[in-house]
Design a protein around this ligand. Structure first.
Ligand code: FES
Length: 212
C-alpha cells in the first residue's frame, strides 16, 4: 500500500465519519420530533436513514477498494521514461554513427558527410522499391535517424561502425539475407520490402534530439 493511497483512504474515511456523525445527529433530532408528531412517519424516517447510511458505507468501501486498481492502470514513472529518450549528438563527428536503444529497439543515428547527403539526393525516387525522397525522411540534412531493424525479417544491419561493411549503396547492409540500404536508409537491393523506419523524434536543441 503506497503512502498516497493511505493518505487518500484516511481522508475518505474522515469525510465519511464526519458526514455520518452529522447525519446521525440530525436524524436523532428529527426522530424525537417525529415520535411526537406521527408514529407512521417515524418508520419512514428510520428506513430512509438506514438506506442512506448503507449507500454511504457502500460508496466509501467501493472507492477504497477500487482505488489501487485504478492507480495500477496508470503507467509507472519508469515506464513513461522508457517511452522517450534524449540523445546528445555533440560527440558524433561528421561521418560517424551512434546507436542508442529506444523501446528495446536499436536506433541508428548517422551524421552524414556532404558526399552521403549528395548520394541520397541524387537517386531517382521513381525506381525505388519504397519510393520516398530523402528530404521526407530527415529533419536536418546532416542527421539521419533510423530504426536499426531490417524490414525483411528483423536482423540488425551492419554499417554503424567505421569498420563495418556498408553494402553496395554506402548505407547499411543486412548480412542475414543480403539487403542493401542507401545513405537515406532506403532499401536498394535484396529481399527487404521497405526502407528502414524513421522513428518519431524532434530536435530539442541544436545538439539534442528526443526520440519518442
Ligand atoms: S533480415 Fe535482413 S535481409 Fe533478411
Amino acid at each position: 500500500m503506497t503512502a498516497t493511497y493511505s493518505y487518500l483512504l484516511f481522508i475518505l474515511l474522515g469525510i465519511f465519519l464526519f458526514c455520518y456523525l452529522v447525519a446521525t445527529r440530525s436524524w436523532i433530532k428529527a426522530d424525537e420530533k417525529n415520535k411526537q408528531l406521527s408514529p407512521e412517519k417515524d418508520k419512514h424516517s428510520r428506513r430512509d436513514f438506514l438506506y442512506l447510511s448503507s449507500i454511504s458505507i457502500g460508496s466509501v468501501g467501493t472507492a477504497a477498494f477500487i482505488w489501487p486498481f485504478l492507480k495500477s492502470m496508470n503507467p509507472a514513472e519508469d515506464t513513461l521514461a522508457l517511452g522517450s529518450t534524449e540523445v546528445d549528438l555533440s560527440d558524433i563527428s561528421v561521418g560517424q554513427s551512434k546507436t542508442v536503444k529506444w523501446r528495446g529497439k536499436p536506433i541508428f543515428i548517422r551524421r552524414r558527410t556532404q558526399e552521403e547527403i549528395s548520394e541520397a539526393n541524387s537517386v531517382d525516387v521513381a525506381v525505388l522499391r519504397d519510393p520516398v525522397n530523402d528530404k521526407d525522411r530527415i529533419q536536418k540534412e546532416e542527421w539521419l535517424v533510423l530504426e536499426g531493424i531490417c524490414t525483411h525479417l528483423g536482423c540488425v544491419p551492419l554499417g554503424q561502425k567505421m569498420t563495418d561493411t556498408k553494402g553496395e549503396y554506402n548505407g547499411w547492409f543486412c548480412p542475414c539475407h543480403g539487403s542493401h540500404y542507401d545513405t537515406s536508409g532506403r532499401i536498394r537491393k535484396g529481399p527487404a520490402p521497405d526502407n528502414l523506419a524513421v522513428p518519431p523524434y524532434q530536435f530539442i536543441s541544436d545538439t539534442i534530439i528526443k526520440i519518442g
